[in-house]
Design a protein. Structure first.
Ligand SMILES: Cc1ncc(C[n+]2csc(CCOP(=O)(O)OP(=O)(O)O)c2C)c(N)n1
Ligand SMILES: Cc1ncc(C[n+]2csc(CCOP(=O)(O)OP(=O)(O)O)c2C)c(N)n1
Ligand SMILES: [Mg+2]
Ligand SMILES: [Mg+2]
Lengths: 332, 411, 332, 411
């Protein structure tokens, strides 16, 4: 997935010289996850460069650049470190078009690795997507595979509005399904790891059905798409697994059609439960599918604690927990 | 609260006087006009550290322009500058009254600080971009932005260019080099640096200007701006308008032990100048110097404008609760309008009579604009932006959930 | 309500000289809403003082002070300005006890005026509570009347963990019910405006039933409690109105008991809809009361736009909108 | 990328050399040991601005302690200091290996920077509080915190004082004046100031110390800390460990045009000193000076320690991708352990033989601690903190929703 993300930036930089890429360690070194490797060499230091360790400065400068007419695609080294930039994102990037009635706009992308599963402890594992989905004016994207990562990132860079682009770092090397004791299959062996060269778009705001099924709808994104699929296989449940891909704006239509068909719904995310994005999903599903629901909507999520180091796999909502919830909902 | 021997004591800075006391600025060192030399623009910043602790002044007590910083403006420009400041002052007076009359919710005036934004604006070229706070409307007035549009914005009326979405005075105009004002302090400062970086990345010639108040320098964005400006040698001017007060807190709370705000630049190797903010000529001369530096790839400049906020912080504020009512009379740098007027009179270019006449003309223009604006409505009466407008412009294309909500709202 | 809040700090400072109060303009001047008026005079500049305009610094310093052993109660001038302090709140205050296994704790209160209705435009009107309810380790309190404001604030100051204390500024002067064209009754004429002198607690985590009813449960907090009550009166609906008071931890028991009784639920808040706290409430209610629900749970909230200036009353979820939702749910 | 005439150019700082090049520190001015005078602690900060641009050094090339900053430590203290640094180095070596053996997930070493935290620790009194980063374990080693407990934390084992909740090396000990380390850079800096303010508010005598890396000075929290420290004259020492590198970015990216990090303090009127961070004696002397200032209500001090990160940033990093492999050999300030060793030998207090013996002893102690720790398990084997522990301590009292979740988890 790293190559796909890099390729998205490469393609975008080649097509539009207003696209600039910067962040901590992204220039000469190519990023701690190597997502920007080679871009400085190829496009020069004016197009891809290292920044001081100031997420506020990175996003603040990006907003100014966007107001000038550039299309900055910046990296926050870990999603856990986005908070210093939160004011610039919420009060500025998200509001600029509205408050200036379009005099100034803010086509920026803020990329950040998200999620746990790498023994990163509480400050290298967080999933803060719900802190952005509450902010009018932002778009929030979470790819689950290389093809999507590339197509969605290109669309995000070309989008006229600010996009928060969360990259599940546990997926960088393969479709991790939560079975941490088994080796992960590399993307090269996966259909969605076969990334087309050159430019292509995947539209923001469109979900993808990863597994069709009739008995229950599973709503997931990022790493949880694979965890959910594994749980369905293991339990032998005829579940429909929807990969949301974009959380804001949300593809409500696809969700509602599926739940109306299945009558049951399980929501899975790695972020903590309370006020997580699953809450919004549950609220919407019950609102739009109330008369079709045969059981309460279940949420399987990270617990409401900071992400622990040693107890990583007790914390992570793996296939066993998802499987139990599926069963409960089927029996509910 | 002082501790006994050998124990720690907590220190909280206090202004010299509080309500009831006698205003006293005798501790503020004011260098003589013309006494601060003007270095070449490509000077090594280390050579001019003193400028961060002094005050560059051009107009002396007799209204003469003296010293190396004098002479950057023609007679016509000076006369026009006076008119800009007078216009801004008249504009403020009318809008303050309008707010009291309930024609809008809020207003913020510039009394005493008119020279800063009006004179600075003159040093810029078309295409340069300001990232202002709420107290630099002089940039618009001096830049020829229509007063009617400003008033339409203040009234949130049907002709408001911002469609009623923003608090009064939070103007935005790309064409006039005036970035959208934020209610959140200091966020514009790193944005200004980013804009300047973009201009350099594109091998453009346009420069950016960030504006911030004394109180707002304490915000973290200030640091990010200086770090990025210093590292990338961005073509940006970072302006601190030190009008002595935040809301109720005097400048010492934000400044701490550093003596001046300009000094903040020294830690970043950024040339830092302090200038008499009530001296139209000095402001212009310093602005010109900094603009030339930016334009010539010499990097950022930090400028502190020493001025005084004569009025209340905003229409929601009453300063008599925290500072002597007569404090502004004691302010040693005088009134910017009177000082420029006296300069023009001293040079035989102006007279008291002509000034009165100009005041009347300016007032007429402002009143005419106001009448025109009020045709489009005021906040609580007449035409207003639509509820539909409220749902527009969150994104370029309205997403489905907002369409659903607009429908629910029945508009 | 301002006097009640001031009295809570006064009482707490008098009882415990580890309680210190600071923030922008809170010292000599007594705060832009006058909530700290007189405290500096009474307790001296070491106990109540002005700060530089740095929300990050205010909360950061408060955390250090709390680690030392003080109990800082700080003010952020408007909730809209809390974002610069967001990293200190989320990554530090909320995590300190957990990550240090109790070696260091963080008993701080961050007070801030919240909500709109004062023509404050987008940066003096926001309701960011959901950005805090997603953060494990925080408590989130929203009082709706002077008695509660005092009792809850005293409890918050005495709480061993960090508390976000949101003061609906539209309630400072009286129980505003959304009828902006009518004068607001002052608190002196309201039962809950009669604030006892001296020390008393209202426990965090306990909701209050403001109006008993059998047909539908309305979940609200802050200003919306009065809007909801007005809507019920006007529509003549036998609704039970629950004032949540504390959002985190939530009094789920009271909520579930009520919805199981009424079988219907309307949630009201001023914050934007998507990922607002109403989402969490809806998710919980459907989970715990699924088999009792007779209609979809409805949310009446601020629209998903920034808070506009001129269109304030189109934006604000007033009694008319709440009334319509009540009717819909009754018919659902 | 340089623009043509009259157009703006974008500047990005670059280190002198990259992999493949020959390391070169010839542009780093190194003042002679003993050449920087020691001012009285109550000096006016304005008198000592030069100290922010120089380097205070005590040990000269011949291993002699020279100049006004010499003489703050007894022979025994020096010998003990050497042992502390050797212990820290041995500890690092063992833990690096343990990480490679899969006994833990992550480790961060101190190679080359041992003098900074070890010598500083000596200048503190019981009750003082450090707000460290992840590269000051010397504070614990020199402060007598049990190595076994450090290892238990690193292993996240059943005896981990932090119950497996934290990333390795994120220690916390109130008793040992070591605030809980955060993974988020620089957040501790304003907290240190707050702790110091609290101590002053309570008329206590204890002081606080904030620690930050060169790269992390760019974060906004740095500014907040300096603003608050300056305004309230907090009894705090603000330490910047400039080890030349952030992760892959050299110090010039964070520092920009200011020449030094110490210079940042000048804009706040805070005395700022720069010291040879590889000189145990110099670090201690400067620490003592700053501690005395804080204790005597003279306010904050900013200190920049000039040192070099010899190892990788962390076990997740490989520096050969961004700097010449031999760069550390060229570092002009040498190795802190060897320099102190040579000093003791020069003074006849130590010998090569004795050193070898001490090395062996130190290693034995570390190995013994490691054996002890491993009895309690390592990250993936043996005893570990319980799943129940995971749910505890989010709040003092577990709220109902966490109780429900713990129940769901079946623990
Ligand atoms: C982030 C943030 N915090 C607090 C405020 C509230 N506030 C508005 S203006 C102001 C004072 C600013 O003082 P200064 O920077 O000196 O500017 P001046 O008003 O004097 O021009 C304060 C505290 C705000 N708007 N934004
Ligand atoms: C807020 C935040 N942003 C980014 C990071 C990732 N990060 C961890 S250490 C580091 C480099 C720090 O360099 P420096 O301050 O020089 O300290 P050193 O490692 O050299 O001791 C970075 C970028 C982080 N931990 N926190
Ligand atoms: Mg001011
Ligand atoms: Mg470093």
């Amino acid at each position: 997935m790293i190559e796909a993300i890099r390729s998205a930036m490469d393609v975008s930089m080649a097509r539009d010289d207003n696209v600039v890429v910067f962040g901590e360690d992204v220039g000469y070194f190519g990023g701690v996850f190597r997502c920007t490797q080679g871009l400085q060499q190829k496009y020069g230091k004016s197009r891809c460069f290292d920044t001081p360790i100031s997420e506020l400065g990175i996003v603040g400068a990006a907003i100014g650049m966007a107001a000038y007419g550039l299309r900055p695609c910046v990296e926050v080294q870990f999603a856990d470190y986005v908070y210093p930039a939160y004011d610039q994102i919420v009060s500025e990037a998200a509001r600029l078009r509205y408050r200036s009635n379009g005099e100034f706009t803010c086509p920026i992308v803020v990329r950040m690795p998200t999620g746990g599963g790498i023994f990163g402890g509480q400050t290298h594992s967080q999933s803060p997507e719900a802190l952005f989905t509450h902010v009018s004016g932002l778009k929030v994207v979470v790819p689950s595979n290389p093809v999507d990562a590339k197509g969605l990132l290109i669309s995000s860079i070309e989008d006229p509005d600010p996009v928060i682009f969360l990259e599940p770092k546990r997926l960088y090397n393969g479709p991790f399904d939560g079975h941490h004791d088994r080796p992960v299959t590399p993307w090269s062996k996966h259909e969605l790891g076969d990334v087309p060269d050159g430019h292509f778009n995947i539209a923001l705001g469109k979900a993808a059905i990863r597994r069709e099924g009739g008995d229950v709808t599973v709503l997931a994104y990022g790493t949880m798409v694979y965890v959910a699929q594994a749980a369905c296989e293991e339990k032998g449940i005829d579940a429909e697994v929807i990969d949301l891909r974009t959380l804001l704006p949300l593809d409500l239509e696809t969700i509602v059609a599926s739940v109306k068909k299945t009558g049951r719904c399980v929501i899975v995310h790695e972020a903590t439960l309370t006020s997580g994005f699953g809450a919004e999903l549950a609220a919407l599903v019950q609102e739009h599918c109330f008369y079709h629901l045969q059981a309460p909507i279940a949420r399987v999520t990270g617990w409401d604690t900071p992400y622990p180091h040693a107890q990583e796999w007790d914390y992570f909502p793996g296939p066993a927990r998802v499987g139990r919830a599926l069963q409960d909902v089927m029996e509910g | 609260m002082a501790g006994g021997d050998g124990v720690l004591k907590f220190h909280v800075p206090e202004p010299e006087v509080r309500p009831g006391g006698t205003p006293d600025f005798s501790n503020v060192p004011i260098p003589k006009a013309g006494s601060v030399p003007r270095p070449p623009v490509d000077v090594d910043p280390r050579q001019i550290r003193d400028l961060a602790y002094s005050i560059i002044r051009v107009l002396n007590r007799d209204g003469e322009a003296v010293g190396e910083w004098a002479g950057t403006l023609t007679d016509e420009e000076l006369a026009e500058g006076l008119k800009h400041m007078m216009t801004l002052r008249a504009f403020d007076t009318r809008m303050l009254t309008a707010q009291r009359q309930g024609k809008t919710s809020f207003y913020m005036q510039h009394m005493g600080e008119e020279a800063v934004s009006c004179a600075f604006r003159r040093a810029l070229a078309p295409g340069d971009m300001n990232f202002p706070t709420y107290r630099q409307a002089g940039l618009l007035i001096a830049g020829g932005y229509p007063m009617v549009d400003m008033m339409n914005q203040i009234y949130s009326n049907e002709a408001d260019p911002l469609k009623g979405r923003q608090l009064p005075v939070m103007y935005a105009s790309k064409e006039h080099g005036f970035f959208s004002i934020s209610g959140n302090l200091t966020t514009q400062f790193p944005q200004a640096v980013g804009w300047a970086m973009a201009s350099a990345i594109k091998n453009d010639t346009r420069i950016a200007v960030g504006w911030v108040g004394d109180g707002a320098t304490a915000e973290s964005d200030f640091h990010a701006a200086l770090v990025f400006a210093s590292t990338y040698r961005a073509p940006v001017i970072l302006n601190i308008v030190n009008n002595q007060w935040a809301i109720s807190t005097f400048q010492g709370i934000a400044r701490g032990g550093s003596g001046t705000f300009a000094a903040r630049g020294l830690g970043f190797g950024i040339p830092a100048l302090r200038v008499d903010g009530n001296d139209y000529l000095a402001v212009h001369a310093v602005a010109k110097w900094a603009v030339e530096r930016a334009r010539r790839n010499l990097g950022p400049t930090l400028v502190e404008y020493v001025t005084y906020r004569v009025g209340a912080h905003s229409t929601s504020d009453d300063p008599s609760a925290y500072r002597p009512k007569t404090e502004s009379d004691a302010w040693p740098l005088g009134d910017p309008v009177i000082r420029l007027k006296n300069h023009l009179i001293a040079r035989g270019l102006w007279s008291e009579e002509r000034h009165k006449q100009a005041e009347a003309e300016v007032l007429d223009t402002v009143i005419a604009a106001q009448k025109e604006a009020e045709k489009h409505g005021t906040l609580h009466s007449g035409g207003k932006p639509s509820t539909r407008d409220m749902f527009e412009g969150v994104y370029e294309t309205m997403p489905p959930h907002l369409r659903r909500q607009r429908q629910q709202a029945g508009v």
